[in-house]
Design a protein around this ligand. Structure first.
Ligand SMILES: Cc1cc2nc3c(=O)[nH]c(=O)nc-3n(C[C@H](O)[C@H](O)[C@H](O)COP(=O)(O)OP(=O)(O)OC[C@H]3O[C@@H](n4cnc5c(N)ncnc54)[C@H](O)[C@@H]3O)c2cc1C
Length: 410
């Protein structure tokens, strides 16, 4: 299989999530007809993962978190190809697909996200629940309908990092989904008059729960946790889930009638199989998202070793940077944005309440903002609807700039 016009540079993007689609939109905008772009994804739909807690805890139909990639991608200079990537041959500039097809590229952007490794925690698939994808989130919602109260245990398993790039060392890939799960579940249990019959206990593999935020956010969190009667234990690595309890690597056990675990995040196997990963499998790049060993290969999103924590906000930022750098390499006069990571997320807490976090203390900055109420909930609702309605476009940058300026005054 070859691209549609041999005279043009052919850019191949693997993955139609936040990183891949943001890169695609920026490349389309900068390059117009000067390049041919193919986006490959294993699935026909893109999944808006930040909506999964709503599927799991409010029964929102999973279909509301999906949009078709052929509509999002196909245009005058871009083509969507559905297929699962098996391997990359960097010396041949070729991507091999599981269906036997192959694609040649001039530039390659690898953006397949992370694999949620459910098998890494024994008993999780049999006795536990998760929220990472539409199948697990829908299954959780179904199970909740029959839950009559009891001991609830929620937490994340540790994720491994490599050492080739300088990125913050974190035990958990991202604890935002844990925050959402515990508050939304607390709300659900209260609404169904089951909270008095239940306990909610959180475990974290890290020394501090939410190790990626600053002291102001921690303080706000403490009050929210106290108010909800949720307890937290740190330095706990889950080893096994049973029907009525969980076991940790330190030998301790907690009774649990309903266990929710965010499994370890791992890099997709094809990265390692192609010789492109660091010792933990993640793609090592410089701050322009260019692979440390291959000048025409880029990586953005959860698969990039620089992505700490694994956040859609960082994935989109990297997608934009990678697109600008590829365009620059193709001779376009563009500025490559600086990589200035920050933790920015909005956690729903049930009903019309949400908590917004914007902090860069993990990267040496001083910004550490947290605000709760109906306004953050409305912001998340607007963001999700914008992404769904526009098939993967992010709200305009000026809207984010205004929002950040307003937040500075809190
Ligand atoms: C429950 C939950 C809630 C979250 N909430 C937030 C939030 O509120 N805010 C936030 O910023 N982040 C949040 N995140 C994190 C965020 O979802 C991820 O960081 C983000 O989705 C990463 O984007 P990505 O483009 O790298 O990967 P993904 O969104 O995972 O997309 C990767 C794409 O690549 C495709 N793919 C994978 N392997 C292959 C292959 N071999 N061949 C072809 N295609 C392949 C997949 O089908 C997928 O479409 C949340 C995560 C979870 C699990």
């Amino acid at each position: 299989m070859t691209h549609k016009n041999k005279d043009k540079a052919h850019i191949v993007i693997i993955g139609g999530g936040f990183a891949g689609l943001t890169a695609l939109h920026n490349l389309q905008h900068i390059l117009g007809n000067h390049a041919a772009i193919t986006l490959i994804d294993a699935n026909s739909n893109s999944v808006n993962r930040p909506t999964m807690p709503e599927v799991a805890f409010t029964g929102k139909p999973a279909s509301h978190a999906l949009f078709p990639l052929n509509h999002a991608v196909n245009s005058r200079n871009s083509v969507f190809h559905q297929g699962r990537v098996k391997k990359i041959e960097p010396e041949l500039n070729q991507v091999l697909l599981e269906d036997g097809n192959s694609l040649n590229y001039d530039y390659l952007l690898v953006a397949p996200g992370a694999v949620h490794d459910y098998d890494a925690v024994e008993g999780l698939d049999e006795f536990g629940y998760s929220v990472c994808d539409e199948v697990h989130a829908s299954h959780l919602w179904e199970a909740l309908q029959n839950f009559k109260g009891g001991n609830i245990v929620i937490g994340s398993a540790p994720t491994k990092q490599g050492t080739r790039v300088k990125a913050p060392i974190l035990k958990a890939a991202c604890e935002g989904p844990i925050g959402e799960a515990m508050f939304m579940l607390d709300f659900f249990m209260k609404k169904h008059h089951l909270r008095d019959k239940s306990t909610i206990k959180i475990f974290s593999p890290a020394e501090i729960f939410f190790e990626d935020v600053g002291p102001k956010v921690h303080k706000a969190f403490e009050s929210l946790l106290e108010e909800a009667g949720i307890s937290v234990a740190t330095n706990k690595e889950i080893s096994r889930v049973y029907a009525d309890h969980v076991e940790f690597s330190d030998g301790s056990q907690w009774e649990s009638d309903f266990t929710i675990v965010l499994p370890p995040h791992a890099a997709p196997d094809f990265i390692r199989d192609s010789g492109l990963g660091d010792e933990a499998g993640w793609m090592p790049t410089d701050n322009s998202m260019q692979h440390l060993d291959h000048g025409n290969i880029f990586a953005a999103g959860d698969c990039n070793a620089l992505s700490q924590p694994k956040l859609g906000h960082i994935a989109a930022m990297q997608g934009k940077i990678a697109a600008s750098k590829i365009a620059l390499e193709l001779g376009e006069k563009v500025e490559v944005p600086e990589f200035k990571p920050e933790v920015f997320c909005i956690m729903n807490r049930g009903g019309h309440e949400a908590t917004l976090i914007l902090t860069d203390t993990l990267y040496g900055g001083t910004r550490d903002i947290v605000t709760s109420g109906a306004l953050p909930h409305l912001m998340k609702w607007s963001f999700d609807n914008y992404v769904g309605y526009t098939h993967g476009h992010l709200p305009p940058e000026w809207s984010e700039d205004i929002m950040k300026k307003l937040l500075e005054h809190l």
